[in-house]
Design a protein around this ligand. Structure first.
Ligand code: FES
Length: 572
């Protein structure tokens, strides 16, 4: 098979001419024949002025290049789409698949023997995992690393669990405008990803436990020297992989590796979004993620990592406590330790190097978990026949078994218009329902599942209510929040049939979420939906990426990938 510069020649009908032309152009960069004869390591640069989480990427690129050159390779940096959570309209999830397609096609189109993928902010590592699975070029992931914590009036702060908590305090009138402005400058004090166990931290832990990234690379703070040394080592590793031709992502992203990722996701109190992303990446390889198996793991695997939003600490504390390898030590009997890593080692080999004599209180022993029952529960019932997710470790225990009156919002716009209305008939025992916020309905399944507590209840001190939606939720959020209700309302899922005043029962013990309305009445509502369509649904786009997205996006239980990117799942 062709390697280096000879790989994937541009089609001119004359391969030697194609190579001649390629060399002529690349020599304009001042490269010598010696350099061009080396194994080529691509470096996917996801720096963007719009992506502060990736603010350290230029330094990481420099360190990776150093590692590649020290090991005798030729580093070739190239750009891909970069996504930041707060700078992607309508939501970064809408663009995840576009970034996955961009990255996959660039890995295929350009001549590289291996690649280093620099990701971090929520959707970037998932997009790169999907791309790596499909392109199957040997790949090393380099997470950008978490931010350091902020401080305010003696309190430790972190994006974005504390963003939400303190914004809630401001809405309730307990913090004034001047103080919330001061807090705004302290929540994200350095480059790097959110330093709680949000989606970015979860996905960084996922690529580490799946062997796609070097040990400790998930947790080293973004601004620390160790982060650069890890990047340099990743560059060196990429040269070994370029030379030997592997391991390829498909050899590491096995069913056992995905199961290990699900175990770690439960034990870290990981983001519910990670389940969608893992499902999408596994789907690229024809490996289904079974929601019932996820729930079974959730019943067995305890939450051991004491990080916000489920616990107290932040990512830098997790790192100094020993990070993912130290956690593996506590979880060894749940994990398949024969799974391999980019270094060619097994997880057992990684575990053999772990120092367990440390004094720390971030990674709990099995005998003293944060939450004995794991972080995520999979619910079914007449409101979610294809499943829904509840992050029970971040929920209020007294609300996990609850029955209440539905207060329905037809769309994000409807929610924004009415949630704080003084005339809204709502009490703390009610169940807030948001629909048309799923993959198609919104579109892009925004992180709107954390419905705000109505202002008048927040002012009375209400901090949590049962909330349901077909949306997602930021991994940094907390509350008794049922998400990913599938099928979504815009497709005529049961959520579309709920009316304000209906009774809804959340029975977490039985893993059920049900609408307590008779069959005959539901049938009438179904007929009305088929006749009148979904109130509040977004108009159907007729051009561009939005039209492609609308036509092709799959539901949450299939990872919200595009049907034409999943083997055997093409649309008709
Ligand atoms: Fe980028 Fe949180 S906004 S990781």
């Amino acid at each position: 098979m062709a390697t280096g510069l000879k790989k994937g020649l541009t089609s001119y009908g004359d391969a030697e001419f194609s190579l001649f032309l390629r060399k002529a152009f690349i020599k304009a960069m001042g490269l010598s024949d010696d350099a061009l004869a080396r194994p080529i390591v691509g470096i996917a640069n996801t720096f963007s002025d719009f992506n502060a989480c990736h603010g350290n990427v230029p330094k990481l690129v420099e360190a990776i290049k150093r590692g590649v050159m020290l090991a005798g390779g030729l580093p070739m940096e190239f750009p891909t789409i970069s996504l930041h959570e707060s700078f992607a309209y309508p939501t970064s999830m809408f663009l995840r698949n576009l970034m996955a397609m961009d990255t996959e096609e660039m890995l295929r189109a350009q001549p590289m023997d291996s690649v280093v993928l620099i990701g971090g902010c929520d959707k970037t590592i998932p997009a790169q995992m999907m791309a790596a699975a499909s392109a199957d070029v040997p790949a090393v992931f380099v997470p950008v690393g978490p931010m350091l914590v902020g401080h305010h009036r003696g309190e430790t702060l972190g994006a974005c669990t504390d963003c939400r908590r303190l914004w809630g305090e401001f809405r309730a009138g307990r913090i004034d405008a001047a103080e919330i402005e001061a807090i705004n400058e302290r929540l994200a004090p350095t480059p790097g990803t959110c330093m709680v166990m949000g989606t970015a931290s979860t996905m960084a832990c996922v690529v580490e436990i799946m062997g796609l990234a070097l040990p400790y690379s998930a947790t080293i703070p973004a601004t620390h020297a160790d982060r650069l040394r890890s990047a340099e080592a990743s560059g060196r590793q990429a040269v070994k992989m370029a030379t030997s031709g592997g391991p390829k992502p498909g050899e590491l992203m096995t069913a056992a590796a995905f199961r290990n990722a699900l175990v770690v996701m439960q034990a870290i109190g990981g983001s519910t979004n990670a389940l969608i992303h893992l499902t999408a990446a596994a789907g690229r390889l024809g490996l289904p993620i079974d929601l019932d198996a996820v729930d079974a793991l959730g019943r067995e695997v305890p939450v051991l990592v004491d990080l916000k939003p489920s616990g107290r600490h932040y990512m830098e504390h997790f790192h100094w406590a020993g990070g993912v390898p130290r956690l593996m030590h506590e979880l060894a009997d749940f994990l398949d330790l024969d799974a391999r890593t980019v270094e060619g080692r097994s997880l057992s080999d990684v575990l053999a190097d772990v120092d367990t004599k440390d004094v720390q209180d971030v990674i709990r022993p099995r005998a003293n978990p944060i939450h004995a029952g794991g972080s995520m529960a999979v619910l079914r019932g007449n409101l979610a026949p294809r499943g829904a997710i509840l992050k029970q470790s971040a929920a209020s225990p007294q609300l996990l078994q609850h029955e209440g009156r539905a207060i329905v919002f037809d769309s994000l716009e409807d929610l924004a218009a009415r949630i704080d209305s003084p005339g809204l008939d709502v009490s703390a025992d009610d169940v807030l329902v948001l629909r048309n916020a799923g993959p198609i309905g919104a579109p892009g399944m925004p992180e709107a599942g954390y419905l705000p507590i109505p202002k008048k209840l927040a002012a009375q001190g209400v901090k949590d209510m049962v909330r349901l939606s077909d949306a997602r939720m930021s991994g940094t959020a907390f509350g008794t929040i049922v998400l990913h209700m599938t099928p979504e309302a815009a497709l005529g899922g049961p959520l579309a049939m709920v009316r304000t005043g209906d009774l809804i029962r959340l029975d977490t013990n039985a893993r059920r979420i049900d609408l307590l309305v008779g069959e005959a009445e539901l049938e009438l509502r179904q007929q009305a939906f088929e006749r009148d369509g979904a109130p509040g649904a977004a108009p159907v786009p007729d051009r561009g990426y939005a039209a492609l997205f609308h036509r092709s996006v799959l539901q949450a239980d299939e990872g919200c990938d595009f049907d034409f990117l999943v083997p055997g799942r093409r649309s008709s």
